[in-house]
Write a protein that binds this ligand. Sequence first.
Ligand code: FES
Length: 250
Amino acid sequence: MARKITFKIFRFNPYDEGSSPFQQEYKLEETPRLNLFSALNIIRDEQDPTLMFDFVCRAGICGSCAMMINGRPTLACRTLTSDLPETIELFPLPFFKMLGDLSVDTGVWFRGISERLESWIHTDGTFDTKSVEKLMDNELANEIYEADRCIECGSCVSGCATANVYPDFLGATGLNRIARYMIDPRDMRDNEAWFELVSTYEGVFGCIGMMACEDVCPKNIPLLDTFSRVRRLMIETGLSSKSTLLKTHS
Ligand code: FES
């Protein structure tokens, strides 16, 4: 017999002065292979058109549907109700600006990270549309691709103890992003430039190694390996550079 699922969903509209946070209950009959994307749409279509949540791709690619599902940040579109107990509690991701109910604005934070890290290729080469494309070693291209698989859903930051205490912390996603540019030979920034950018407690030395980011990453990106590499390189750079470099960050 099909299960009857109880959803307890966080409700709050920060733009409505009369709104205060509460949990609202909805009930739904479970169907085979029902995921939370479909469940929330059925609830909105049949029970409550005011319910706010975000989805775009339904395929684990856009990252917009991340939310707290029974206390764990992850993608709603990739979560089957059959993998969860009969009572499902949904909350918006902490850390990000709340837009309403389960919807948060991750875009402003990610844009800020992009600008802070200047996460684009820094080169003084000129772009010649007629030149032949420069080939890259396959192994290196795959390594860059591995870091580029991040869909910026915000799950890692929401699950991170440091990020939730220090809002300026770059978080797993920011450090993963910088690691991606560090290994890209087209980016001409050197180790001292990277040091200036991330060798702080808001950067690579803020991570206390609780591993939640890697645990909750829906794309299984090996974030801890990446951090270790960046941290080791930054320590080596700090030790081998002039004392002024160390003084700046003491
Ligand atoms: S809707 Fe795009 S990742 Fe879930």
